[in-house]
Write a protein that binds this ligand. Structure first.
Ligand code: ADP
Ligand code: ZN
Length: 739
């Protein structure tokens, strides 16, 4: 009997059209899509953005590819709640999402989630109320009314505010005219989020080495199809102008452009510059965007109304209607790596997106990553070189200050040589930048009497003193407490000492030497957030500060016309941290910071304080021959079979208890398959052994260049211990951080 009825039902369901059941990717860490029934009368195709029930909730999902094999009973499946009125994610976009999920070993639903937005974004924008002049004269033609009537005619509708603004009157004047029946109400389509950029608005005169560089890139853009280029040019060589040419050409071809920037929230000057060139700002995409604006920009991107987007790494997952070019500016920047949920490097994934979408990508940097250098040498990337600064701007003169021979005064951190240079700069009415990549006052506080060190209660990191806020703070988890007066260990009052400098402490020293100078301290944790930082950057640009003390925040892309001295307080800081990219990173960061000086033709200097003047990184920076440094780095990486000559993947196992984390990590190690060319290092307790109360262990998987790391990791996970209790496992393919 049982068999009979199942055959019967089976036959019945086979006659139903397959589209009655569709796979839908939901924002969950599941290995694949879930099946949903399509209600009568609803039409969905792969890529459609839909709302579906998931447990007790409603979530947004994407209808995925793949045929229903007819075995699933639509009656037993929950139906799709609604389909949104927006274009479906393109086939390329769906392939890209699958590719990223497969490469990073992330659940595809979590990757897809980065591409879609909240439902409100999908509803069409409401019409805007407007006014149309019907003709006729008011009872009294006051001067204010005349101003309005002089600019209106019957054909062009206005918004009330827009008309008042254009006529230079208050809206009450217009209200008066409406009451007299001179205007009718009309409904206007909503204004665009951003105006259309005009490729021919204000093209520069491209000359010299720029001309050749632009011509090469333009040729690739015109030819169409996938190509990858690397623009390698010193700071201020005109790289931006060159890629603007590629953008202009792409716009002329009616395609969209994505510009990735590492620190978009702070690059107001970039947006202005884009405006100067194209007569409109690009759409912005970053975490500081107001929610309403986010929705509008998203919608504009999906419909193709927003033609150019400048965004942080997450912009890479926006479902452009017709993307035709990606620019990755400062391609070497570590900010392109996301280390949260889906671990990916936006620079590398951007190349994948261009390949799948079959369009050009341009990587840009003054200090390209070793990976990109190697790709250029192997002709996988087309190399465009800009060796000199544009116009009469010269690169700063760079010198090392050997701190062993010219030590700072007792209790200070600035060598007399640097102090003197700052004094001369300020006297000339120019600006000095002091760079130290450390927030707060001091990285460590201890008790002089008993030696107690202030440590975060939930992380293995010191509490950093922030004197401006009178707090000690953990830079891992944000934990903070008021700066104590007594030692909690021995109870002694007023014997706490600050060890080492942060930017706030350098500011104190500067204040002592130059009490009359106008100083600004800039770091990402200052009160007032991005708004204040933007205002301060503007103030610096206008010359309203003499001495700027900042973290890497000031290093990125800014153009300060009066800045002629850059002092690096601790050039050795990034070198000794066990990271295989430490030398490369230090070289990049220091080159970028010193590159802030002398961008407008004034003679400029860079002074680097170091205890290791012979270190290859220091020598590379002052020699003006970065080529030799890169050659050496590349040779060493090749010898050690490190990326890009070999492959790395890391696994971080964390748990509430140290034992649980360690046992699980050991289990994974034991479960690793034997594959020639791949080896597993660890598990070892992570350098950051405790974060937010979670104990961490690390495994590092090392493979040869052609190793199938993903298959290896998947086998490890499948054969390894079941994840239970508080245990969490994070996989990081191509890790950048080893903490
Ligand atoms: P990079 O991106 O390499 O740091 P930029 O593109 O910012 O360099 O150029 C440095 C400076 O030179 C900028 O102020 C820019 O406006 C100016 N510049 C570059 N190319 C041109 C050009 N062709 N015509 C006029 N000014 C230019
Ligand atoms: Zn902490």
């Amino acid at each position: 009997m049982g068999t009979d009825s199942s055959t019967l039902f089976g036959a019945l369901f086979e006659t139903l059209p397959a589209r009655h059941v569709v796979p839908v990717l939901v924002p969950l860490p599941a290995p694949g899509p879930y099946s949903y029934a399509v209600p009568e009368g609803m039409h969905v195709e792969p890529g459609a953005v839909v709302q579906v029930p998931l447990g007790p909730r409603q979530v947004i999902g994407v209808v995925w590819d793949g045929e229903n094999d007819g075995k699933l009973d639509p009656k037993k499946l929950r139906p799709i709640t609604s389909a949104f009125d927006c274009p479906p994610l393109s086939k390329e976009m769906r392939r890209f999402i699958e590719w990223v999920a497969g490469y990073t070993l992330s659940p595809p639903g979590l990757v897809a989630r980065m591409a879609i937005r909240a439902p409100a974004a999908l509803d069409p924008e409401p019409m805007v109320e407007g006014l149309r002049y019907l003709g006729g004269e008011p009872e009294r033609r006051t001067p204010a009314r005349a101003k309005v009537l002089d600019i209106v005619d019957g054909d062009i509708p206005w918004t009330k505010a827009g008309l008042a603004h254009a006529a230079g009157v208050s809206t009450s004047v217009i209200d008066g005219l409406i009451r007299q029946g001179l205007f009718e109400t009309v409904f206007l389509p909503p204004p665009p989020v951003v105006a259309k950029p005009d490729p021919d608005y204000s093209p520069p005169r491209i000359e010299g080495p720029q001309k050749e560089a632009a011509a090469e890139i333009l040729e690739l853009v015109r030819k169409g199809g996938y190509s990858a280029s690397l623009i390698d040019g010193v700071t201020g060589s005109g790289k931006t102008e060159v890629y603007f040419e590629a953008i202009a050409e792409t716009l002329r071809r009616g395609k969209q452009v994505l510009i990735l920037l590492p620190e978009i929230a702070l690059t107001a000057s970039f947006l202005d510059r884009f405006h100067d060139r194209f007569g409109a700002r690009p759409g912005e995409w970053h975490s500081d965007l107001a929610p309403r604006m986010r929705e509008k920009v998203w919608r504009g991107i999906v419909t193709g109304d927003v033609q150019v987007v400048a965004g942080a790494r997450s912009a890479l997952f926006l479902p452009f209607e017709n993307l035709g070019l990606i620019i990755v500016d400062e391609e070497h920047d570590p900010a392109y790596k996301q280390e949260d949920r889906v671990f990916y490097n936006a620079r590398d994934m951007a190349v994948v997106r261009a390949r799948i979408g079959d369009f050009p990508i341009v990587l840009v940097s003054a200090t390209p990553s070793v990976e990109s250098q190697v790709n250029a040498q192997a002709a996988r990337y087309h190399l465009v070189h800009l060796p000199t600064r544009f116009g009469d701007a010269a690169l700063p003169d760079l010198h090392l200050i050997d701190l062993r021979r010219h030590p700072p005064e007792r209790g200070g951190f600035l060598s007399p040589i640097l102090v003197r240079a700052i004094g001369k700069t300020v006297e000339r009415g120019e600006q000095a930048l002091l760079f130290l990549n450390r927030r707060g006052y001091a990285p460590l506080t201890l008790c002089r009497v008993c030696g107690h060190r202030f440590q975060c209660p939930q992380c293995s990191s010191w509490l950093v003193e922030h004197r401006f806020r009178n707090q000690i703070q953990c830079h891992q988890c944000g934990y903070s407490e008021p700066t104590p007066e007594a030692c909690p260990e021995c109870g002694t009052l007023d014997h706490l000492v600050a060890c080492g400098p942060g930017v706030e402490r350098i500011a104190e020293e500067v204040e002592k030497h130059f009490p009359d100078a106008r100083t600004i301290v800039m770091s990402s944790d200052m009160l007032g957030g991005v708004k204040r930082l933007r205002l301060e950057l503007e103030a610096i640009t206008k010359g309203e500060a003499d001495i700027v003390i900042g973290t890497q925040l000031v290093a990125k892309g800014h153009n300060f016309p009066l800045m002629t001295l850059v002092g690096i307080v601790d050039a050795d800081l990034g070198l000794a941290n066990g990271d295989p990219r430490a030398a490369e990173r230090t070289f990049q960061l220091l080159s970028q910071v010193t590159g802030r000086a002398g961008r407008t033709g004034l003679k400029s200097h860079g002074l680097l304080q170091t205890y290791q003047p012979q270190h290859p990184v220091m020598q590379a920076i002052v020699s003006g021959d970065p080529g030799a440094f890169y050659e050496r780095e590349i040779t060493e990486r090749e010898k050690a079979v490190l990326p890009p000559f070999g492959r790395l993947a890391s696994i971080i196992v964390s748990a509430d208890s140290r034992a649980d984390a360690e046992i699980h990590a050991r289990g994974l190690r034991a479960a690793s398959p034997h594959v020639s060319g791949i080896s597993v290092l660890g598990p070892a307790e992570a350098p950051l052994a405790l974060v937010r109360g979670r104990h961490r262990f690390r495994l590092l998987v090392h493979g040869r260049r052609n190793s199938d790391m993903q298959a290896f990791m998947q086998a490890m996970m499948a054969n390894g211990p079941k994840i239970r209790g508080s245990v969490q496992v994070q996989i990081d393919i191509d890790p950048q951080s080893f903490l």
